[in-house]
Design a protein around this ligand. Structure first.
Ligand code: PA5
Length: 428
């Protein structure tokens, strides 16, 4: 169960302010449940949890174990919701250095030619046994037309065609059931295909094959991830208070002039999870002239860059701390006879304990400095807790967006840069 501490944010609101927003959050949740809000045709991220598709989980798992045996490198080619979720889960649940299974690399999320050139140079280098690297590619695009992804896919595919005789068996496409350029390529080459359900938008798609295939290839138990999201769904249907409180406080603070929600963590492995939240909220709430800017920071690192601003800058931001309660590091601080560095007062304690005190100290300092602070707690970093976390924030986002009066599921603003870019590129 996701635990939350709202006390240091709730105290910035009067009872009236909080209760008004809480009532709005309740109504918003009803809109979702009754599928009567704007964008209700995009609620597939909930429906799939009520009727889990075990056959797909099985298929993904079995493909992942083949690829884990055969690949040195697995390239995930996608942008926005097509890669941020898998990258977040993989980073959160993998070791910092090395690890078993294929190396997972990302492409298609920008237009840097230098990056692609160096990626291909790297793929061309022999593996640890001095053999040519075995490369598999998963291109993920619901529309099948996103330029960043499509261009990178073309370059990597061409390289793979020169490199591997069995290239068509090494490319997996995750896209819509029909239509789009990717489906034409799938038909021509017979690439293996996974379908992105029509009623699930990109940023809500991490628990579909979009996220689950790369996550399974990283060796993470996708069943635990998925089924813990299912149980979070069930718990919140029965008792939604926890998620309603978050949405209500965030909305009430927005109404009072809060313009930024800073997602922070003391776990560097959760940097990309904060990035996933940033996109989930950013594309969902920032429209029609409303919304809080979702920002992210990893502490202690960013206490030495943004910390000053958070503590003493304009009082118009809130902070959401993502805390992991149980540490899994075994490093403790040794006693040092000389104690020249004066650190013996910490001897015998673990890094996790020191990190936790750093979090608690920062939380208190920011709160006393006038920043409303919410703490979301995961007991430990594992697939189960990440699964719960994903659904909790998907639901919170949808509820909060309806409180703001915006459709959580579209992203009309993203089209503007594309139009200007295509004009400059001479697209007909
Ligand atoms: O959340 C979204 O819908 C977007 O971020 C999309 O995922 C992103 O624009 C990529 O789109 P596509 O999968 O069609 O290439």
């Amino acid at each position: 169960m996701i635990k939350a501490d709202y006390s240091r944010a709730r105290s910035f609101l009067t009872d009236n302010e909080y209760e008004e927003s809480y009532a709005k959050a309740e109504q918003s949740f009803q809109l979702i449940k009754q599928e009567s809000g704007e964008g209700a045709e995009w609620l597939g991220w909930r429906k799939m949890l009520t009727d889990p598709n075990d056959a797909i989980l099985e298929e993904l798992d079995s493909l992942a174990s083949t690829i884990r045996e055969e690949a040195d490198v697995f390239v995930v080619c996608g942008i926005g919701g097509s890669y941020l979720g898998s990258r977040a889960v993989i980073e959160a649940l993998s070791s910092f250095f090395g690890g078993a299974g294929p190396e997972i690399l990302f492409a298609g999320h920008h237009l840097s030619g230098k990056y692609l050139e160096q990626l291909i140079q790297y793929l061309e280098e022999p593996n640890d046994e001095g053999e040519p690297k075995s490369v598999y590619l998963n291109v993920i695009s619901k529309s099948g037309t996103t330029l960043e992804t499509a261009l990178s896919f073309r370059v990597i595919r061409n390289w793979m065609e020169d490199r591997f005789e069995d290239v068509d068996g090494r490319i997996i496409c995750t896209t819509s059931a029909t239509g789009g350029a990717l489906n034409a390529l799938i038909e021509e080459h017979g690439y293996q295909k996974f379908v992105i359900p029509e009623d699930v938008g990109g940023r809500f798609s991490v628990l579909t094959p979009v996220g689950l295939l790369p996550i399974a290839i990283a060796g993470i138990d996708i069943r635990s991830l998925f089924y813990e999201a299912v149980s979070q769904y069930e718990q919140l249907e029965e008792d939604p208070q926890n998620v309603l409180k978050y949405a209500a406080i965030k909305h009430a603070l927005y109404e009072k002039g809060t313009v930024t929600d800073l997602f922070t963590t003391f776990e560097p492995q959760l940097n990309d999870l904060c990035g996933w939240l940033q996109q989930l909220l950013g594309e969902s709430e920032g429209k029609d002239g409303v919304g809080m800017f979702p920002a992210k920071a990893v502490y202690s690192t960013d206490l030495h860059s943004l910390g000053q601003f958070v503590q003493d800058g304009p009082r118009n931001l809130m902070e959401t701390f993502i805390q992991v309660e149980q540490g899994n590091d075994h490093i403790t601080i040794d006693e040092d006879e000389q104690n020249h560095d004066g650190l013996n007062y910490l001897s015998g304690r673990s890094f996790h304990e020191v990190n936790t005190r750093a979090l608690e100290g920062t939380l208190q300092a920011h709160y006393e400095g006038g920043v409303p602070c919410i703490v979301i707690k995961m007991e430990e970093l594992n697939a189960q807790h990440i699964g719960e976390f994903i659904y909790f924030f998907e639901l919170m986002t949808a509820i909060y967006c309806y409180c703001l009066g915006v459709n959580p599921f579209n992203q009309p603003g993203v089209e503007f840069y594309k139009k200007e870019m295509y004009k400059l590129l001479g697209k007909k």
